[in-house]
Design a protein. Structure first.
Length: 319
């Protein structure tokens, strides 16, 4: 709370007026708790002539700088529009106020070059009795020009905390804004987003039920793993590929929750083996365990893991 002291000519005393700080929205409070209540500022870039020492601007490019620590988090073109973190969560805030989502998870990749926020939907899916998954409305955006502002459905299996965005391809992406256009955060846009999310949830439910009812033998699953990690056209299969195949095949029977009644020898078990691998076991860059976990999560949202899980889903449904 700030205080403003007024000194006037008419009175010998001073009057102190209490000024309340602007109240943060639900999403802004959520960002503040996760160290993400900062803005990205576009600043001109300069190069120095090695001979004269004179500087000149780099045309058509800007540095994106965090206003809380002055760290450069990306270089973008002149047409790039920054969607500020607080701007992004305003869309979800409309849904959070109505109780449609609850803000739960948020984080940054590469110091804030790209970011994500997740709101848990007020549904829970039970694939087989006792095996439940929580669906999340996931937002991702980038300050380094590497991606658009997107919203899509992900889910987390409660047994093992595997996270995936595997869902039927035509329902996978709820919306996408390029960083060269203005963001819309009105109630109409939020209502459409919720409708798309509900439709995607129904599709997710139907897909998971189909997987749970589809019998899958170990040999069928091994064949799918070989499609995902094929032999090279020439020469021996690399040891790395062989180890990955062995790990994933082991997870088909011995992964977390795979012995639960109704899971064993199903296509649902096959998908869980893949998502447990990409979530917890896949080799990832990073100096610390947390760095590696963030790297795996980034891959699940927008990298090779997302593509692999989608391919796995297609192969399992076709098996």
């Amino acid at each position: 709370m700030d205080y403003l002291t007024l000194i006037t000519d008419d009175y010998p005393t001073t009057e102190t007026i209490t000024m309340d700080e602007p109240q943060l929205s639900l999403g802004e409070q959520f960002l503040e708790e996760n160290g993400m209540l900062w803005n990205a500022t576009k600043l001109p870039m300069y190069i120095e002539d090695p001979v004269t020492g004179l500087t000149r601007t780099v045309p058509g490019h800007h540095a994106n700088v965090r206003d809380d620590n002055n760290e450069v988090i990306g270089v973008t073109g002149a047409r790039h529009t920054n969607y500020q973190n607080s701007q992004v969560v305003k869309l979800g805030d409309i849904l959070a106020k109505e109780g449609d989502i609850t803000w739960e998870k948020a984080g940054m990749f590469h110091g804030g070059a790209s970011c994500y926020a997740q709101g848990k939907l007020q549904h829970q899916l039970e694939v087989v009795p006792g095996d439940k998954i929580d669906p999340y409305l996931t937002f991702t955006w980038a300050h380094d020009g590497s991606g658009s502002f997107k919203a899509f459905l992900t889910y987390i299996r409660i047994f093992c905390q595997n996270q995936s965005r595997a869902i039927a391809a035509d329902m996978e992406l709820l919306f996408k804004f390029r960083h060269t256009s203005s963001i819309q955060t009105n109630a109409e846009r939020a209502a459409k987003l919720l409708t798309h999310a509900d439709d995607a949830f129904i599709m997710l439910n139907n897909t998971m039920q189909e997987l749970a009812q589809k019998h899958l033998s170990l040999q069928q699953f091994v064949d799918i793993v070989h499609v995902l990690y094929p032999d090279p056209e020439e020469g021996p299969t690399p040891t790395k590929t062989l180890n990955i195949r062995e790990t994933i095949s082991h997870l088909f029977y011995h992964g977390i929750g795979q012995q639960h009644p109704g899971v064993r020898n199903t296509a649902w078990a096959g998908l869980n083996a893949i998502t447990e691998f990409t979530t917890h076991h896949k080799i990832a860059r990073g100096d610390t365990t947390q760095d590696k976990q963030l790297s795996r999560l980034h891959s699940t949202f927008a990298g090779s893991s997302a593509k692999q899980e989608q391919k796995t889903l297609e192969l399992l449904l076709a098996a």
